[in-house]
Design a protein around this ligand. Structure first.
Ligand code: GSH
Length: 153
């Protein structure tokens, strides 16, 4: 199977980690979502990561890709039942942190006249609150069996 990903995407990185944790061979195809026209044919949202299975089926969004890889992987699941609503909520804080950092960077690379100070401040505030919240619980979240929350943060 082939994972369309990029050198700086936190979402593609997450999918690659899950594949490696489970010993699943995945060919990585580096793709720039801002340039590659082919990507829209695989994912109408034109976002990476995208996973193309050996039978040609296409999965997109890192949440779905990670759960799929976990479901076919060998070894312990990264989605254990114990405490799942709590740790999955914290995982979403980590995901939102990554998303805000991507959005902030997208603002910063726009021509200056097109950048929004309001949006940049909103993303920076979200990131600061997410880091502070995760920092408080970092030890508890990363102790014991490896779970997706550790992969994300
Ligand atoms: N919810 C999606 C987010 C994917 C996403 O935002 N990917 C970024 C790269 S980090 C992208 O492809 N951006 C292209 C764009 O914004 O046009 C996921 O978790 O896979």
């Amino acid at each position: 199977m082939k994972l369309y990903t990029g050198p700086t995407t936190p979402f593609g990185r997450k999918a690659g980690i899950v594949a490696r944790e489970h010993g699943i061979a995945v060919e990585e195809e580096v793709c720039n979502p801002f340039e590659s026209g082919d990507l829209a044919g695989l994912n109408p949202l034109k976002l990476i990561p995208v996973l193309v299975l050996d039978d040609g089926a296409v999965l997109h969004d890192s949440h779905l890709i990670c759960e799929y890889l976990d479901s076919i992987g060998a070894g312990p699941t990264l989605y254990p039942e114990a405490g799942r609503w709590l740790w999955r909520t914290r995982m979403m804080v980590g995901h939102g942190l990554a998303d805000a950092s991507v959005q902030l960077r997208l603002q910063q690379v726009l021509p200056e006249a097109e950048q929004s100070d309001t949006l940049k401040a909103r993303y920076q505030g979200r990131m600061a609150r997410a880091v502070a919240a995760l920092e408080k619980e970092a030890d508890a979240l990363t102790q014991g069996a490896m779970r997706m929350v550790s992969v994300v943060i």
